[in-house]
Design a protein around this ligand. Sequence first.
Ligand code: TXA
Ligand code: MG
Length: 358
Amino acid sequence: MKTKLTALDRAHPAASAVAEAAALLQEGELVAFPTETVYGLGADALDPLAAKKIYAAKGRPSDNPLIVHIANTDALAVLAREVPASAYALAKRFWPGPLTMILKKSAAVPLETTGGLDTVALRMPSDLIARALLETSGIYIAAPSANASGRPSPTRAEHVLEDLNGKIPLILDGGPVEIGLESTIVDLTGETPLILRPGFVTLAMLREVLPEAAYDPAVLAREQKQNLVAKAPGMKYRHYAPKGKLRIFEGNLEDVVQRVRQEAFAKQREGFCVAVLASEETKDRYSEFSVRSVGERSKEETIAANLFHTLREFDHLGADYIFGECFYQEGLGEAIMNRLLKAAGYQVEPAVPSERKS
Ligand code: TXA
Ligand code: MG
C-alpha cells in the first residue's frame, strides 16, 4: 500500500483534504491525524474490522484497548452507560482537551475496540484538524498513538511515516503537536477517580473538580511490580525505549552532570557510540559527546514537547548507550518522568552511589 502524506494548516485545515480522510474512515480504512497530544491512528470505533486493522498496522497486542475520540458530550450517553456526574463535571472543565475518561461501555461499542473490556476510554480532542475530521466524518474515531507498538509516540508526521509507511493509506500532516505527551487517563468506574496515566492535565488540576481524585498505585511505582498490575493494559507493555541502552541519574544536578560525564567517557573509551540526554541548562557540559537537549528545565512544557522526538533521535544517531538526567517530578514533571522511566526500563540510579538507599 502507498502511504499518502497531506500537509494541512492546523488553524485552517483545507476542507477537501479533511473530506478525503473522512471518506477513508467511512470506508473502514485507517487515517493518521494530529491531536494536541500526539498523532493518532484513527478508524471507525464502531466497526470491529476497522479496529482490527489498527492492531495489525501497529503490531499492537489485541488486549490493549483503544481510546475513542468524540466531537461533543452527547457521545457520552451513546458510548457509555451509567455515566456518573463526575464525567460531566470533568468534561465541562477539560474538554475539548488532553483528558481521557474510562467509563462503563454501552452495547454500541464493540469488544474489538475495548480490547475485550467492559469499559471504554473517551476523549474529546481540541486540535482543529482532529475536530474537523470528527465533524466531517460523523464517526466516533478509535485512535491509539500512531507509532509502531513499543516505539515512542509520534509528535510529528515524519514519526508516523517512519513507523507506518506502506501500512496505512493516509497521514494528515499538521506539523509538530502542541503538548507532546499522551492524554491524562482517569478511571471513573470505581469509587475514587484514579489517574491511570499522568499527562498534561495534572492531579492538582483534576482535584479542583474532583477533590478525591488520586493516582493509581501502579503510576507511582519506580519499577514494574507484579502485584501492581496496571489497570490501563497499555501501561504494562515495554514502551518508548530507544534501541540503545538508556540509563538515567538522579540527585543534585551538579552530581548528575559529573556522573553522566564519567559514565559517557567510560563507554566512549570502550569504543561505543555514546549519546547524552541533557537540558538547555546543561547541554554545554557534554560537548565531548553527541548531546541532545530535550528542553528547558525552567519550562517543563518544552521538555514534554520534545521528549519523544529526542528519544527517536538517539536511534538515528545509532547510539549504543545513552546517559540522561532526571527531571523534577511534580505537575507536568510527573508525566515526563513516567515516560522517561519507561523508556529507561526503570533504570534510574542515584548520581552519587553512596546515596543509594537499600
Ligand atoms: O493523547 C492520547 O491519549 C493519544 C491521542 C491519539 O489521543 N492516544 C493514545 O492512545 O495515547 P494509546 O492507545 O497509545 O494509549 C491508550 C491507553 C493505553 O494504555 C490503554 O491501555 C488505555 O489507554 N486504555 C484504553 N481503554 C482503556 C480502558 N477501557 N480501561 C483502561 N485503560 C484503557
Ligand atoms: Mg500509545
